[in-house]
Design a protein around this ligand. Structure first.
Ligand code: S3P
Length: 469
């Protein structure tokens, strides 16, 4: 399942003129994971279109199959719970909005003991959310992952799930490989999130589905609310109270019964950010990205870019699958440096790498604060972005949880004949961010390995080729 099993795929990115055209980005990764998990827990047949057929979501599909769900890809694949889905590059050829996935769930409380370790590949979301599901089932599961995932902290979910009664044997430092045993009945919990993390929130709520009584998550800083929206959509009894200071209190009544749904997954704003920023910083460009999820808990990047002077228009605003959606038109713009405060971070947490590229091309200085979480993503994104941009001649100041970037004022960045080599560190968003930067260097840069891009955006390079026309 993991791209580490494939050969590294180096690629050079160099200026290629204006980017023009219309693109549709793959389905939202967060919503795709949740649609498979909740469908796998509903009694009956759910139908999902627009699913992101990237490696991370396929890790979730394989794990849910290993625990008893029947997940049938658009091109068949048999009804057996462990039907294969095409190995390490599943879905790269067939992504598309009309592809129908069919899921037969086992019912809340019905997950089966997996017979082998659950391979999470590169996916932190799969790992943390599935740990929540296992926590309130009487099963023991072992989670393994690639080198990047095996460095990421799991203590943030181990702590609350332990309070609910689950037991854990992680590798040192609370990391993968990790074996855990769930418990029935689990103990309902009221938990105040110590980190702004939708993954931690979702893990607790998913554990709460099969826990008698009310499971409560107190969220001082709002994070993406796809779990809440979708749990409600599947018929769970879930309420959200917002206090005067913005704190959200989410209450879920267990033991829940989920009803099968038909879900259309909107395009991923985190993926849309790449063609949008590419158009903004590449002279002469105009790009339309259709069907982009505009959930306010995810749209921070677009608001910040507009505040920097970006020529973005949001058209055809509508609702898809219980989520706001729009088409975004991005035109080359003169961007001006900005101060991005910490409270914005959760709504653009995955977009900072490409945002730093936009800042590197702006006029003046951009400051961004509250970035400690960037250090524990698929890589230490603050360090890797700062290091790579510095090698492209960008003046910046990296601090523990902040960065200041002095933009080039629209001048191309350094780099030349592809001889600047960027190491993507198994991080899809680092690879894609430097690919876009490469289009705005003097002579190009080389990325050591583009294969991680298959985790979230398998069609990324094809999209760039189309836009460069
Ligand atoms: C995600 C939440 C975010 C994000 C990740 C996906 C989710 O992580 O970075 O890519 O689907 O819940 P945190 O909640 O840990 O910040």
């Amino acid at each position: 399942m993991s791209h580490t099993s494939s050969q590294p795929a180096p690629a050079t990115f160099a200026p290629s003129g204006p980017l023009t055209g219309t693109v549709r980005v793959p389905g939202d990764k967060s919503i795709s994971h949740r649609s498979l998990m909740l469908s796998a827990l509903a009694v009956g047949e759910s139908r999902v279109t627009g699913l992101l057929e990237g490696e991370d979501v396929m890790s979730t599909a394989a794990a849910m199959r290993a625990m008893g769900a029947v997940i049938i890809p658009p091109d068949g694949g048999g009804l057996s719970p462990d039907a294969g889905i095409g190995g390490g590059h599943a879905g790269q050829g067939g992504a598309g909005p009309d592809r129908l996935w069919t899921i037969h769930g086992v019912g809340v409380g019905g997950l089966l003991q997996p017979q082998t370790a659950l391979d999470m590949g590169n996916s932190g979301t799969s790992t943390r959310l599935l740990m929540g599901l296992v926590a309130s089932h009487a099963i023991t599961a072992t989670f393994i992952g690639d080198a990047s995932l095996s460095k990421r902290p799991m203590g943030r979910v181990i702590d609350p799930l332990s309070l609910m009664g689950a037991t854990f044997s992680p590798a040192p430092g609370g990391r993968l490989p990790l074996t855990m045993s769930g418990i029935v009945p689990a103990v309902p919990l009221s938990y105040r999130l110590p980190v702004a993390s939708a993954q931690v929130k979702s893990a607790i709520l998913l554990a709460g589905l099969n826990t008698p009584g009310i499971t409560e998550v107190i969220e001082p800083v709002p994070t993406r609310d796809h779990s809440e929206r979708m749990l409600r959509g599947f018929g769970a009894d879930l309420s959200v109270e917002v206090e005067a200071d913005g704190t959200r209190i989410i209450r879920l009544m267990g033991e829940a019964e989920l009803k099968p749904q038909t879900i259309d997954v909107p395009g991923d704003p985190s993926s849309a950010a790449f063609p949008v920023v590419a158009a903004l910083i590449t002279p002469g460009s105009e790009v339309r990205v259709t069907n982009v999820g505009m959930n306010p808990t995810r749209a921070g990047i677009f608001n910040v870019l507009v505040a920097m002077g970006a020529d973005l228009t949001f058209e055809n605003e509508r609702e898809v699958g219980g989520e706001p959606v729009a088409d975004i038109v991005a035109r080359h713009s003169v961007l001006t440096g900005i101060d991005v405060p910490p409270e914005v971070a959760p709504s653009m947490i995955d977009e900072y790498p490409i945002f730093f590229v936009a800042a590197a091309m702006a006029q003046g200085v951009t400051h961004a604060h509250g970035l400690d979480e960037l250090r524990v993503k698929e890589s230490d994104r603050l360090a890797i972005m700062a290091g790579g941009l510095a090698r492209l001649g960008v003046h910046l100041d990296e601090r523990e949880d902040a960065i200041s970037i002095t933009g080039s004022g629209g001048e191309p960045l350094a780099g030349g004949n592809g001889e600047v080599m960027i190491h993507a560190e198994l991080d899809h968003r680092i690879a894609m961010s430097f690919a876009i930067a490469g289009l705005n260097t003097r002579g190009g840069l080389t990325i050591d390995d583009m294969s991680p891009v298959a985790t979230s955006f398998p069609t990324f390079q094809a999209m760039l080729r189309d836009l460069a026309g």
